[in-house]
Design a protein around this ligand. Structure first.
Ligand code: S3P
Length: 172
């Protein structure tokens, strides 16, 4: 994709545990921009947690809410948005993100993501017997979609958050 929106929105995509929210918040602070997180926004609007939405409405119900929030937030200007890991599943989301801002894929391998999501109970897709196998499966199906959607691909390294941010800002 072409980089036409450098001064506009910044959208983070990538798997669970990649650091989209952490990095997004910090960059927003540095740039003095508004920060949004699509999961957090969904929780605020429904008043319930992500696992509860999955329980009550299934994954498809959650995806519908996610698509609505992404459509709305990506229409704004100069915001930083951390999307949920599954945002790229739907073509409509991919197109909105790609066309309405600069998309940054925070890449990390499943083994690293496992460590970062290990004690987490807020991600229904990982509440399975073998979360590593699940992350590998998601990686295998989504890595291509993240790469195709992103304008910039960044290696996520939580031990060097500062360097990563510097790198992103330089790349923009
Ligand atoms: C999901 C990722 C989560 C959340 C939901 C589904 C996914 O967001 O949207 O649990 O399909 O990868 P994070 O990537 O912020 O954990």
């Amino acid at each position: 994709p072409a980089m036409e929106n450098i001064a506009g929105n910044l959208f983070f995509i990538g798997l669970m545990g990649a650091g989209k929210t952490t990095l997004g918040k910090q960059i927003a602070q540095q740039l003095g921009r508004e920060f949004y997180d699509s999961d957090y926004e969904i929780c605020c609007r429904t008043g319930v947690s992500i696992p509860t939405i999955f329980e009550l409405e299934g994954e498809q119900g959650f995806r519908d809410r996610e698509a609505a929030v992404i459509d709305e937030l990506s229409s704004r200007s100069n915001i930083i948005l951390a999307t949920g890991g599954g945002a790229v599943i739907r073509e409509q989301n991919r197109l909105h993100l790609q066309n309405r801002g600069t998309v940054i894929y925070l890449h990390a391998k499943p083994e690293i993501l496992l460590n970062r999501t290990r004690h987490d109970t807020n991600r229904p897709l990982l509440q399975v017997e073998n979360p590593l196998a699940k992350l590998q499966e998601l990686y295998n199906t989504r890595d291509r979609l993240y790469r195709d959607t992103a304008h910039i691909i960044i290696e996520s390294n939580r031990y060097n958050c500062h360097k990563t941010i510097e790198h992103i800002l330089k790349t923009l």
